[in-house]
Design a protein around this ligand. Sequence first.
Ligand SMILES: [Zn+2]
Ligand SMILES: [Zn+2]
Length: 238
Amino acid sequence: MKTTQISEHIWSLRTWMIIPITVWVVVEEDGVTLVDTGMSTMAKGILKFINRLNAGPLKQIVLTHGHPDHVGALKSILHHHPVTVFAHNKEIPYLLGECSYREGKKPVATLIHGGVKTFAHDNDGELHAIGSLKPYFTPGHSPGHVIFYHEQDKVMLAGDLFSSKHGKLRKPLFTPNMKEVLNSSLVVGKLRPKQLEVCHGHSVFNPADQLSDYISEESKKLRTAVVSADGSDKPSSL
Ligand SMILES: [Zn+2]
Ligand SMILES: [Zn+2]
């Protein structure tokens, strides 16, 4: 597992299983927050790293979403450190094994009832920060996907809202609702992070500068796909 300090308070921990798989450790005043947990094989390495970092105990785990490559090490980490896990409420039925991400696939329970909390929110739906990380609801890749923004470091931990290649934003892998993903990606223009990190790819610096090119390119592909799927030449709006 490769560990890299990506900003003053954030470390990325990465392994490779055909594609890179990344989790993040965020240093808080009273301990550390783990963002996603990666594959089950990463559990030992993550705990060892937190120990070695010597920045205090693991305080909580926050999840961008519940796909298996983001929650694989969760059970094992909780076995050693029974901390609170936070996820968006739309993601919780999947984490509890009440429904499955893919039609026809058997649901898998990663957590038990009471083992996961939802993010608190205002009346207008704005999610409250957990430590120094503010979640933003960014559905499309999964129903309750969120990104986390570290205001002080100006870093966005974008989970699977994007992938990236050679410093460029790319669409996420296996995404049921690309139209919704493109709509969610507008959060990058709103927050204008200095640095954006994805689970399956490398850092993207000043991502807001390339956002409109990314959206127009992917919208074009989406329209072409819709046109060829329904046989009409009528472009669908984004
Ligand atoms: Zn995913
Ligand atoms: Zn993923």
